[in-house]
Design a protein. Sequence first.
Length: 76
Amino acid sequence: MSGKKLPPIRITPEEAIALFEYATVEEMYRAKALYDTYREAKGTDTDSLRDIMSLLSFVYDTARIQGIREERAKRT
């Protein structure tokens, strides 16, 4: 996303791996839907590292916005 300021990291990769044990099938289907949407819109980059980094950034940004909106909804 253009113009965004990255917030400080609040979860370590190790913590994320530990929490993934509790991922639900529904969460996996949501991630798969994001993957499919990204691939349909962007295709596959010939540079495999750029390709996976772009895909992961897309999922990360989407999850971050989801979290922000969930927190805002709690306040209203």
